[in-house]
Design a protein around this ligand. Structure first.
Ligand code: NDP
Length: 444
């Protein structure tokens, strides 16, 4: 049995009941075969893969808080510090009832390579809780965040581990957590990113993941002789990533015809009305069913189905495993020629393989959505300098980073004779830098 298969088998055996983590390890390690095969003796001796798949540490803790009725609630908190070979741990905090150790480990593992791809000095980590901010009062959210940070603060710091937002963790939650960190530790430092602009946040961070997704997609299309202008785009999700992906896609001249949430999707053949979408999701925090009140000609459909709408470009921006093999078949049958992942691992392994086998340009999330973490790293730089850059400065750096990410993954794929396979290219490009740093730092 080859080294890659041995390690995958051991990960599955040693981490039972963690299917998302198994999936992420499998996806990454399988695509690293060319580089692992070329260096097998060295990597085996140095146990490179075994060290990569075992987090530096995983922290699990109780988060007790009191709800508005005076009832004590108990959630579980996690922080997985995966690898800090190239910089302090960096990765978001997910607040969602589905959160468990498997999901946090899959996200943390992917984050290592994503962060490396940005070319910025940040290691990989991820955290969160099974707390659901939906339907909670501001006071309840604050009580949870303060309790969460009362424990988490022991493990993080501006040069140690710098968490950020993710699903369910927006500016409000980051604010409450930052306040509690400051209070407990008695210091003002850039320990979290995604902060409000009045206390160390970066301009363009809100837009960064969605904009970055489009900068990379645009470059991928350009380098493959295509133009985004005039193309029809389907987007899933209606959260932070989806909204700003929609905005930049429209700015680049594409027509976005769908958005979705966990209950259904909107199909607007005339093109999504961004102002209406922002009002529904960012101001009213309401369901997409409201969209028809703004655009009577649009259709709202309950449940899944967004990928059955014909499009040239698909941008999954909601959650993991939301684009299945059946969806991939529908996209190909309808003539879709590019898929770029705004969310983390939204496309199943089977669907990814089907899309690639059918000539669809496929940009994996760890490259395509790296604009968020890259801009978080730019927030860290601004905090260290105690300066704030303009929106244009940050946006222009973001664009350069995304274009470079595309070329790094494109070059890595070409070097190993996998031209056009950006999954392989992204994993190899991210992996090479981390491994180089690990080997240079000895056995640790
Ligand atoms: P948000 O919480 O802002 O939005 C998530 C969106 O996805 C919501 O519209 C939500 O709908 C929808 N959604 C969630 N679960 C499902 C589901 N099972 N089926 C259909 N829709 C669903 O999160 P973000 O936009 O920040 O994140 C989206 C994805 O992008 C995640 O995978 C995240 O990890 C990834 N990502 C985010 C970054 C960022 O900077 N924000 C950076 C890099 C990656 P509803 O409101 O109904 O739950």
């Amino acid at each position: 049995m080859g080294y890659v298969d041995e390690v995958i088998e051991r990960v599955v055996a040693k981490n039972p009941g963690e299917p998302e983590f198994h999936q992420a390890v499998k996806e990454v390690l399988e695509s690293l075969r060319p580089v692992v095969d070329a260096n097998e003796a060295l990597y085996r001796r140095e146990a490179v893969l075994e060290r990569l798949v075992e987090p530096d540490r995983q922290i699990k803790f109780r988060v007790p808080w009191v709800d508005d009725k005076g009832q004590v609630q108990v959630n579980v908190g996690y922080r997985v510090q995966f690898n800090n070979s190239i910089g302090p741990y960096k990765g978001g905090l997910r607040l969602h009832p589905s959160v468990n150790i498997s999901i946090i480990k899959f996200l943390g593992f992917e984050q290592v390579f994503k962060n490396s791809l940005t070319s910025l000095p940040i290691g990989g980590g991820k955290g969160g809780s099974d707390f659901d901010p939906k339907g909670k009062s501001d006071r309840e959210v604050m009580a949870f965040c303060q309790s969460f940070m009362t424990e988490l603060n022991k493990y993080i710091g501006a040069d140690v581990d710098v968490p950020a937002g993710d699903i369910g963790t927006g500016a409000r939650e980051i604010g409450y957590m930052f306040g509690q960190y400051k209070r407990i530790r008695g210091m003002y430092e850039g320990v979290l990113t995604g902060k409000g602009l009045s206390y160390g946040g970066s301009l363009a961070r809100t837009e960064a993941t969605g904009y970055g997704l489009l900068y990379l997609t645009d470059e991928m299309l350009r380098c493959n002789g295509k133009d985004i202008k005039g193309k029809t785009v389907c987007i899933s999700g209606a959260g932070n990533v989806a909204i700003y992906a929609c905005k930049k896609a429209q700015e680049l001249g594409a027509k976005v015809v769908t958005v979705s949430d966990s209950t259904g999707y909107v199909y607007d053949p005339e093109g999504i009305d961004l102002a209406a979408l922002k009002e529904i999701k960012e101001v009213k925090r309401a369901r997409l069913t409201e969209y028809k009140n703004y655009r009577p000609n649009a259709e709202y459909h309950e449940g899944r189905g967004v990928w059955n709408i014909p499009c040239d470009i698909a941008l999954p921006c909601a959650t993991q495993n939301e684009l299945t093999i059946d969806d991939a078949k529908a996209l190909v049958a309808n003539g879709c020629f590019a898929v770029a992942e705004g969310a983390n691992m939204p496309t199943t392994l089977e669907a990814t393989k089907y899309l690639q086998a059918n000539g669809v340009l496929f940009a994996p999330g760890k490259a395509a959505n790296a604009g968020g973490v890259a801009t978080s790293a730019l927030e860290m730089s601004q905090n260290s300098e105690r300066l704030s850059w303009t929106f244009e400065e940050v946006d222009s750096k973001l664009k350069t980073i995304m274009v470079n990410i595309f070329h790094n993954m494109d070059d890595a794929a070409k070097r190993y004779n996998f031209e056009g396979d950006y999954v392989v290219g992204a994993n190899i490009a991210g992996f090479e830098k981390v491994v180089d740093a690990m080997l240079a730092q000895g056995v640790c």
